[in-house]
Write a protein that binds this ligand. Sequence first.
Ligand code: PLP
Length: 404
Amino acid sequence: MDYEGFFSDSIEQLKAEGNYRVFAELERHVGDFPHATRHAGEDTNEITVWCSNDYLGMGQHSDVLNAMKDTVDLVGAGSGGTRNISGTTHQHVVLERELSDLHQKEAALLFTSGYVANDAALSTLAGNMPGCVLLSDEFNHASMIAGVRHSGAEKRIFKHNDVEDLERLLADIEPGRPKIIVFESVYSMDGDISPIGEICDLADKYGAMTYIDEVHAVGMYGPRGGGVAERDGHMDRITVVQGTLAKAFGVVGGYIAASQKLVDFVRSRASGFIFTTSLPPAVAAAAAASVRHVRDNGQEQRARHQERAATLKRLLADAGLPVMPSVSHIVPIMVGDPVLCKQVTDDLMDRYGIYVQPINYPTVPKGTERLRLTPSPIHSDEDMGQLVAALTEIWGRLELKWAA
Ligand SMILES: *Cc1c(COP(=O)(O)O)cnc(C)c1O
């Protein structure tokens, strides 16, 4: 076998489809978010970032930076072990306490990322309950799909946010079998939100557990930033809440929050939790500082975040651009073709210093390639004016489809 030839053919195929991924090399600057320097070989230019998941700019908040720096000076860089073997530091325990408080659950468990949290928790729960069936929304994130697969349990996929389809599937399963409904709150590629209350009603009716990924909602929704389940008053009806410390909280790491017994079960059995070095304590301390700030003082940031998203949606719609219906802070614009999608984002970067990553297959279905904008509380009216003017010019020049 010609291994190198195989790899290069496969890459050529991606390029021909317009699905080859090119990373922008950014240098972020404290105090200047959402602006950054972009490196391209030896060249650099100043850009505005419109696709960051540091949704609130917490990645450079002084509370977070000070906690990280102070902790490094006090306890050093790494944790020195897995959670079981010398790697459970005081900072990890404090952070888990903050997270269980945030979600009003008995306990929380940290993982090295949100991806690992989903993979490890779902595979452990469903893989160890005999006869378990997973009911999974068709648009669930890759990390949840990985957890569902790795559990080896039987799975049934329900139509996106479709409670009738979910009920049809639930009614079909023998009543005594354990069942977990696996879904998200904010779906990050469309910006829509799941009917959490109705899903919990079905879980009650059919005796199922609920597992919700609130990665794109924690910190941003609810009076304390507990997510959409908190905002909608359903937090106590959710069995497992999963979240990340890398998006609105601006650091890195993932977690679940649930009952003491469930968390102890996952802690005791999940390979992806047990056999890996725990996060650096400075990261845990920074994340805890971020959670505290966003929970106790985040109301204004959350209101401003929603206002900025609403304003951007209105400006794009007024310009006739095909902004997709979104009820969240995520602002997608449909292009519908991978090559054109990449052309739009290349033009934004090269001609206007505006950075938006194209969203192509397999992140979204083929034919629904799109731009995905994430306005933060810190994006200004001027930033928005520049973006809308640039998109309007590009849409006209490339003869793209305007809003119907
Ligand atoms: C980003 C993301 C994750 C993974 O979180 P990380 O902390 O980045 O690993 C999980 N679920 C969803 C829906 C995500 O968008």
